[in-house]
Design a protein around this ligand. Sequence first.
Ligand code: NI
Ligand code: MN
Length: 228
Amino acid sequence: MKILYHGHSSVEIDAMPGSLIIDPFISGNPLSRTKVEDVMAEFVLLTHGHADHTGDAIAIAKQNDATIIAIYELAMHMEKKGAKAHGMNIGGSAAFAFGRVQMTQAFHSAGYLDEEGEMVYAGMPAGLLLTIGDKTIYHAGDTSLFSDMQLFGSKIPIDLAFLPIGDTFTMGPEDAVQAAEWLNAKLVVPIHYNTFPPIQQDAEQFVQKLAEKGIEGRVLLPGEHMTL
Ligand code: NI
Ligand code: MN
């Protein structure tokens, strides 16, 4: 399958059937090279309610008649904004056209800043364990390091993990290396860095640190894709 990185935490997966995009923060991202109008997806998956993740979710959902998959409270809010939404919660899994989603915990916060400037409760922040065909992909969302990542890694072989390395708002590179070890992921792609000054990181150095632990890492630039 083709995996396209849109910058920050946004990843598009062209699964057959059922293409999906995770955390489509595109028009607000100074580093993104994608046009929101060009995004075609049947599903929009959100890890949590912060604006640098929900971004263009409603626009993309509406232009594609796509379903937003998010934690219950956030899903309800997206529905209120006129998008189709499917609510889930931590630990639960559900099947969709592309495969299975299990929502995992993430240690973070999750208010949704409404258009009226009001902070709306957006439920718990989450990570996503996706099973698409014979591949398992883990998108950690925004989170600190937590030792249950060992549990995910021992429960199911993870082919690809997207891990935040930006620090300040999520784990930084050192903790992300530990996360990669615990997840026992075959390939790790860093996300959530360089978009804004407080999350500036050297992603190549992170990949080097992974290599020292015998873990394969790969930097994807915004607009770059890979096949899995
Ligand atoms: Ni966040
Ligand atoms: Mn974030």
